[in-house]
Ligand binder design. Structure first.
Ligand code: B1M
Length: 210
């Protein structure tokens, strides 16, 4: 791994928020592109945290502090990844579905969509189907649903159904994503699209508005 990326990767694994911030700043000062920091240090570090959790070497507190360190790094990268400043191409309401508290991936998708020119209504985490319906009523063009747990994926289907029942299905496009989600699942629950990562989600959203 690049010597500028390694301290960031390690700081996230150790849950060292200050180290992550300093590492990101130092790497940027050494002309490492923000996208490289994201894809070659921050995201792989969280992947490794997940592996360590699965192997029983990390527990929830370690996951939490690693997530906090990653978020601190992301905050610094955000202005560099989001370079919008033009008329919004559309409105996206995005949230992590009911019962699910994971928000790093969702935040990243929101960030990339903002960078692609969308206005973002960030509904947060543990978002009920009713809240998504409300967002559709309030003019969202696209509804983005994120889920990281196999146990919360069914909330995606419930949300799609709630939007149908509210008579709003023709007014919005629904995009879903998150580690356990698949394109087949998206088709099965009647979503309009699935994206495996944040930049794919932004391209998909742009395609819907074209
Ligand atoms: Co949790 N957790 N967690 N966790 N956690 C996972 C998801 C897990 C896979 C870990 C593991 O076992 N290997 C596992 C789920 C197993 C499963 O369901 N199959 C798990 C578990 C079990 C749990 C708890 C149940 C643990 C417990 O309490 N015993 C608990 C549940 C809490 C709840 O939500 N109710 C829990 C809690 C937590 C923390 C709070 C400690 C923390 C979250 C902090 C936070 O988000 N603020 C946490 C973390 C950090 C993780 C891991 C380690 C990292 C997730 C992450 O941020 N990844 C994760 C393991 C892993 O994923 N490898 C794990 C980085 C992020 C950039 O990637 O979120 O995948 P990701 O997002 C990607 C794509 O998925 C996609 O684009 C993003 C960027 O490219 N994407 C979309 C995401 N949303 C999208 C939406 C779209 C399109 C694309 O369209 C709208």
């Amino acid at each position: 791994m690049d010597e500028n990326l390694k301290p960031v990767y390690e700081a996230i694994l150790e849950g060292d928020m200050g180290g992550a911030k300093n590492g990101v700043q130092a790497a940027l000062a050494a002309d490492v592109p923000a996208a490289d920091l994201l894809h070659k240090a921050l995201i792989p570090a969280m992947g490794e945290v997940g592996r360590l959790f699965e192997d029983g070497e990390y527990f929830v507190p370690e996951m939490l502090i690693a997530a906090r360190a990653m978020k601190a790094g992301l905050e610094i990268l955000k202005p560099l990844l989001v370079d919008s400043g033009v008329e919004p191409v559309g409105k996206v309401a995005i949230g992590t579905v009911k019962g699910d508290l994971h928000d790093i991936g969702k935040n990243l998708v929101a960030m990339m969509m903002e960078g692609a020119g969308f206005e973002i209504m960030d509904l947060g985490t543990d978002v009920s189907p009713e809240k998504f319906v409300e967002a559709a009523q309030n003019g969202a063009d696209i509804i983005g649903l994120s889920a990281l747990l196999t146990t919360t994926m069914p909330s995606m289907e419930t949300t799609v159904k709630a939007i149908v029942e509210a008579g709003l299905r023709d007014q919005v496009k629904i995009i879903i994503g998150g580690a356990p989600v698949t394109v087949e699942y998206a088709q099965r629950i009647g979503a309009d699209g699935y994206a495996s990562d944040a930049s794919q989600a932004a391209s998909l959203a742009k395609g819907f508005m074209a």
